[in-house]
Structures are given as structure tokens and as C-alpha cells.
Design a protein around this ligand. Structure first.
Ligand code: UDX
Length: 432
């Protein structure tokens, strides 16, 4: 059992803290947001993460998990200090590491001899060296602490499962003893462990996310092509997925990738590539195509309401960046809803995770509490996230309340045969 400080209590930090406590370590999670800390200390989890509330409750009850605002004190008592603070994309696409730098300044004077600082948040290649320098500049004595990269591969909504049942654990450190100490933190977890140098560990994370973004973008491009040539992307992806080199997961068309990670990470990797003079054309093309996908959805919606969005009534199901989360950050759904409002459409949106904050982010967007109310007098129902709830709704009732029974299903989540039998006009994404 080790003593761990986790700095940052977002979905990565809170998940990391709760799971390390579950694995038997003594964990103190610190965040500057006192409200968030108070809620977590009371067992209230402010993010929609399956099982996280249970693990937080278990850690609090066992006295192995606590939430504080003082990161310096937490770090001063720890063998390991996990950095789980936000690293958002800056204006140029480069990762903004100001929060990381601030934490290094705050904890450096308090680090115990032999402590290991662990970069858990996604940080650009070279960040282990940057953190080591920042700690030294702030008074930590070089040689008396270690720094390692241990990137998170947590999908929002499934973060706990991803942490405790990972496809792999990646550790990047120059000192093999430091790497081994980090590896032992996870000894209860049965998963491949990749131990490498810091730069390679950091690149594994970016390359993985850039590949996932490329894969989604590829699927969306093939879906558009399928529509033009009369193929069905659902069957095409099944046929592709049987190839073991390709696999069948992460091949679902949609309104484009979004969220707090993929867009940021593709932009950051592109920035690094261009800064060092490497070929960034493919990454640039992925970002451009992803942006175009959002516009394509708006254009298709416009066509389906007769060519004019101004005054059209559009029902939107789904505002978050994907199903299973309440996260609106860089959500293609929210972006598309905003573009529809800006084009003069009357947009009523429903989201199972609430989406109440969406009405604040997009003035003029009417967020309602019922999927049927959203469809009232609508000329089009636009499905933008793949919530399973949508499949089981009463489409006879939807048909009754809509002005025009037309559906644009960007996630291919609904049943075309059922809807057509109920006399809807159904348009999927890449479907025949
Ligand atoms: C991602 C990575 O998967 C995870 O490993 C990393 O740690 C954080 O970033 P997340 O952002 O939670 O996780 O979402 P993910 O489930 O990967 O989906 C990313 C985007 O791609 C979403 O907008 C999603 O809707 C879209 N997507 C995903 C598709 O459009 N089709 C798919 O088949 C899968």
C-alpha cells in the first residue's frame, strides 16, 4: 500500500483517486474547486461515471480516500503525486500546460524525498522533462524525486471500468526504478504493462487518440460515399470489422468526433508535428473532414425541411458529445444545434443526461425535459447522440405530435423498418 496524492478532481482525477483507493492505496485527492471537493467529500460525484459513486463511497468509508483543497499538504505526505489537471487546447492548438506549471510550483517545496510525480493527464511529448524542470525551478531538489508519464486511457462514462480493466498500462520514465515503483501501484490489475521512455509513453497516448479520431473520420467519409453509391455503411462496417486487423469496434458513423479529448489531442499532435517540421497533412485532413461533417448534418437537415431552416421547427434528441455522459465539451450535437438556431430554426432539444447547461451555452436553444415535447409540431426529428433510451420510445406518439414525420438519424441508432412502417420518412447516416 502506498500513499498517493491526486491533484485534480475531474473525471480523470476523481476516477484515478477512487480506483487507487479501491486497489488498497491511501489516497488524498486535491482540487482548487472547494465546491467540487465538498460534494465529493460528501460522496456526491459531480460527473456521470458508472460505478464512481460506489467507489468513492467505499474509499471514504474505509478511510482510504479523502478530498481536500490543499494540494501542497497532500503532496507533502505522498509517495506518489498524480497530476490530473486540465490540459486544454490553446488558441494555436498547442496544449495549455499552465495548470500543470502552477501545480508544480505549488507542490515542489513540499515533495518528500523519493516521491514520484506522475503525469496522468494527457500532456505533449516532452512533458516529463518539462515537469522535472518546473519542479527543480520551484525548489525541489533534483535527484530526490522522480517523474513518470502514466497516460490515462479513460473513455467518459466508462472511466472506472477502463481504469480497473485497462487494455494496457503505459509507464514512461528514464529511471527503471521509478518505472517499477509506478508499475507496482497497479499490481492488483491484470493487464499488459508497457514500460518505455517518457517521450514514447507520451506519444502512445497522442497516437492512440489521433488514430481513434482518424478512424471515426474515415467511417464518416465512407458513410457519405455509401449514400452516393447506394451502399449501406452498416453492412460495410460489419464486413470490414471481421478483418482481425481492423476489428469491429469504433466503426459507428455519427456527426463527427467531439468531447474533451479527441479534438484537443489531434490539434496538439498536429501542432507538435508542424513545430518540428514533420508531415501533418493527414492530421490536418482529419480535423477538416471532422469539421465538415458537422456542416454536412446541417445541410442535410436543411434539405429535409424543404431547403429553408429559417422558421423550421427542428426537434433534437441528444446534446452531449456521445451517449452515456453529461459532457457538453466540444459536443458536435451542441454545435449543430447552435448552427440550426443561428440559421433561424426553432430548435427544441431533449437529452437524457439533462443538457440543462446547453440552454445557457446556446441562447435561443429550447431544452425540454421530454423527448415527445421536443417533437411537438416539429418538421424534423434530428438524432445526434446514440442514447439507447431513444430506441425504446413510443414512435406512434412521436408521429402524432410532429408536424412532419421526418427523421434524420445521424447515429443510425433507430430502426428504419419500424419507423417506415409507422409512415415516417427516415434518413440515416450512410444507410441505403
Ligand atoms: C477518448 C478515448 O477513447 C479515450 O481512450 C481517451 O482516454 C479519451 O478520449 P472519450 O473522449 O470519452 O474517450 O470518447 P470516445 O468514446 O472515444 O468517443 C470519442 C468521440 O468519437 C465521440 O464524439 C464519439 O461520439 C465519437 N465516436 C466514437 C464515433 O463517432 N463513432 C464511434 O464508433 C466511436
Amino acid at each position: 500500500m502506498s500513499t498517493v496524492a491526486v491533484i485534480g478532481a475531474g473525471y480523470v482525477g476523481a476516477t484515478t483517486a477512487a480506483c487507487l483507493a479501491w486497489l488498497g492505496h491511501d489516497v488524498t485527492c486535491a482540487d482548487i474547486d472547494a465546491t467540487r471537493i465538498d460534494r465529493l467529500a460528501a460522496g456526491q460525484v459531480p460527473v456521470l461515471e458508472e460505478h464512481l459513486a460506489d467507489l468513492v463511497a467505499a474509499g471514504l468509508a474505509a478511510g482510504r480516500l479523502r478530498f481536500v483543497t490543499d494540494s501542497a499538504a497532500a503532496s507533502g505526505a505522498a509517495d506518489f503525486v498524480f497530476l490530473c489537471v486540465p490540459t486544454p487546447a490553446g488558441a494555436t492548438g498547442a496544449a495549455d500546460l499552465s495548470a500543470v506549471d502552477a501545480v508544480c510550483r505549488r507542490i515542489a517545496p513540499h515533495l518528500r524525498p523519493g516521491a514520484v510525480v506522475v503525469n496522468k493527464s494527457t500532456m505533449p511529448v516532452g512533458s516529463v522533462r518539462r515537469v522535472a524542470s518546473a519542479l527543480a525551478e520551484a525548489g525541489a531538489v533534483p535527484g530526490r524525486y522522480g517523474v513518470a508519464s502514466n497516460p490515462e486511457f479513460l473513455c467518459e462514462g466508462r472511466a472506472v471500468r477502463n481504469f480497473l480493466e485497462p487494455d494496457r498500462i503505459v509507464i514512461g520514465a528514464d529511471d527503471p526504478a521509478v518505472a517499477e515503483r509506478v508499475r507496482r501501484l497497479y499490481r492488483e490489475i491484470d493487464a499488459p504493462v508497457v514500460v518505455t521512455d517518457p517521450e514514447s509513453a507520451e506519444m502512445i497516448k497522442y497516437a492512440a487518440n489521433a488514430y481513434l479520431a482518424t478512424r471515426v473520420t474515415f467511417v464518416n467519409s465512407i458513410a457519405a460515399l455509401c449514400e452516393q453509391v447506394g451502399a449501406d455503411v452498416a453492412d460495410v462496417m460489419v464486413g470490414m470489422g471481421h478483418d482481425r486487423r481492423i476489428g469491429s469496434r469504433f466503426l459507428a458513423p455519427g456527426p463527427g468526433y467531439g468531447g474533451s479529448c479527441l479534438p484537443k489531442d489531434v490539434a496538439a499532435l498536429t501542432h507538435v508535428a508542424e513545430r518540428v517540421g514533420a508531415d501533418a497533412d493527414m492530421l490536418r485532413a482529419v480535423m477538416r473532414t471532422n469539421e465538415r461533417q458537422r456542416r454536412r448534418v446541417v445541410e442535410t437537415a436543411k434539405r429535409l425541411v424543404g431547403g429553408r431552416l429559417d422558421g423550421a421547427v427542428v426537434a433534437v434528441w441528444g446534446l452531449t458529445f456521445k451517449a452515456g455522459t453529461d459532457d457538453l465539451r466540444d459536443s458536435p450535437a451542441l454545435d449543430i444545434a447552435e448552427r440550426l438556431v443561428d440559421a433561424g430554426a426553432i430548435v427544441r432539444a431533449y437529452d437524457p443526461a439533462g443538457g440543462a447547461r446547453a440552454a445557457v451555452l446556446v441562447p435561443g436553444l429550447d431544452v425540454v425535459a421530454s423527448p415527445y415535447l421536443a417533437c411537438k409540431e416539429a418538421d424534423l426529428l434530428l438524432v445526434l447522440t446514440e442514447w439507447d433510451d431513444f430506441r425504446h420510445l413510443d414512435f406512434g406518439r412521436v408521429h402524432q405530435v410532429m408536424a412532419v414525420p421526418a427523421v434524420l438519424d445521424t447515429r443510425n441508432v433507430l430502426d428504419p423498418d419500424l419507423l417506415r412502417a409507422l409512415r415516417f420518412s427516415y434518413t440515416g447516416n450512410g444507410r441505403r
